[in-house]
Write a new protein. Structure first.
Length: 389
């Protein structure tokens, strides 16, 4: 069988063939798509699994964009959905943001993006506006099962649930203005190019997708007052968070990068090994420690510009040790009551999702090219400002 091509015109044609839809809306996606496809073809060293899977991912994203445009044409009121004072949970990966996000999302008053929704933000054109008729759910479950079959260790690193709340970085991936594909493959030319771009188009489309998801949730009878969102990626573009969501509230979780970066690197290296037989764990460490050191410096600068009152700081050891105490701080920050019903919903979720129910996660600094002194130096300003003595 002929290898699938990463030619941009061929990928676009494949996406249009999925549903027979033609209109992508504007063409802001085209330049980053072309840059990304070039890197996947010429740099990623994809194996027999990675080449068709990542090519199909590109087709899926474009087919989703066509579907979004289709629904906007049928239901222009989607543009009228209000995204009011969203909560953004940020922090270096492995700082307790996932637990915090999923616990808060247990409150039925909160909208949260589910994994299948961020992977496939638009239903099929013939969706019957019921969960039972949503083909995305089966597709997401099958994809997640395939990932875990290819690398069972992923479950020890990050809790994976196709129907559970998850990071919204995959919504940013829908515009190709994100670092998400870099977590699947080594694509340094695209990585350098995308870092130099203005990501406003990505965040503007991200907001539109939240409006679309909110409209969908209402259609299926899901109540909600505000969004609770979570992605370490927002550290890199905190200025755009406030530009596109002027009333956003940000909770930032803190933990020593010496403890977090090796864990993040092990996750990404574990994914690289699925799609390439040449995955280099040390290169993963080099790329992602540089990227997050840069992102943390950016967020610290934005905090000085917009004011500390837009942020609530939490620390990993407190979030893990006394989660509901810390969540009370979040609700006070939001000006919301932490009702007995919400507390009960959160307690049930935490009891069901205890960390000890998942396998242990083992790694060392050295296997990713790290030293304790090197990470301390790379994140020195952040550690001086936020690490407890």
């Amino acid at each position: 069988m002929k290898d699938p091509t990463f030619d941009p015109d061929a990928v676009v044609a494949a996406a249009r063939a999925v549903d027979g839809l033609q209109d992508f809306g504007d063409d802001s996606y085209r330049q980053p798509l072309e840059q990304l496809l070039w890197s996947l073809e010429h740099e990623a060293q994809l194996n027999a699994t990675g080449r068709p899977v990542l090519r199909q991912r590109m087709v899926d994203i474009l087919a989703t964009r066509l579907r979004v445009q289709h629904y906007l044409g049928r239901f222009p009121e989607i543009h009228d959905e209000e995204i009011s004072a969203p909560l953004f949970i940020v922090g270096l990966p492995r700082t307790g943001t996932t637990m915090l996000h999923r616990t808060i999302a247990a409150d039925h008053r909160m909208y949260a993006p589910l994994w299948y929704e961020v992977r496939y933000p638009s239903p099929a054109p013939d969706w019957d506006f019921t969960t039972a008729g949503d083909s995305r759910i089966a597709a997401a479950r099958a994809e997640m099962a395939a990932m875990l079959e290819a690398n069972p260790d992923l479950l020890a690193i990050h809790p994976m649930d196709a129907m559970g709340p998850d990071e919204d970085i995959m919504l940013l991936e829908q515009s190709f203005y994100s670092f998400n594909t870099q977590a699947y493959a080594n694509i340094p030319t695209f990585d350098g190019w995308i870092e130099r771009q203005d990501h406003t188009p990505g965040y503007t489309y991200f907001r539109l997708l939240l409006q679309f998801l909110q409209w969908q949730k209402k259609r299926t009878g899901q109540p909600g007052e505000r969004w609770t969102l979570k992605a370490p990626h927002h550290l890199h573009y905190m200025d755009l968070v406030f530009k596109v969501f002027p009333d956003a509230k940000v909770v930032q979780s803190h933990r020593d990068p010496v403890e977090t970066l090796p864990s993040l690197t092990s996750l990404i290296a574990g994914v690289w090994t699925i799609y390439s037989d040449s995955a280099d764990a040390v290169e993963v460490g080099r790329q992602w420690s540089r990227k997050f050191a840069r992102g943390m410096q950016h967020t610290m600068a934005v905090r000085e510009q917009v004011g500390e009152d837009r942020f609530l700081d939490l620390w990993f050891e407190d979030t893990v040790g006394q989660p509901l105490v810390e969540i009370q701080k979040v609700y006070d920050f939001l000006g919301m009551e932490l009702t007995p019903e919400a507390r009960a919903e959160m307690a049930r979720w935490q009891d069901f999702n205890r960390r000890e129910l998942r396998p242990t996660h083992d790694y060392t600094l050295a296997e990713y090219g790290f030293t304790e002194e090197g990470l301390q130096q790379q994140f020195s300003a952040y550690r001086q400002r936020f690490m407890r003595q």
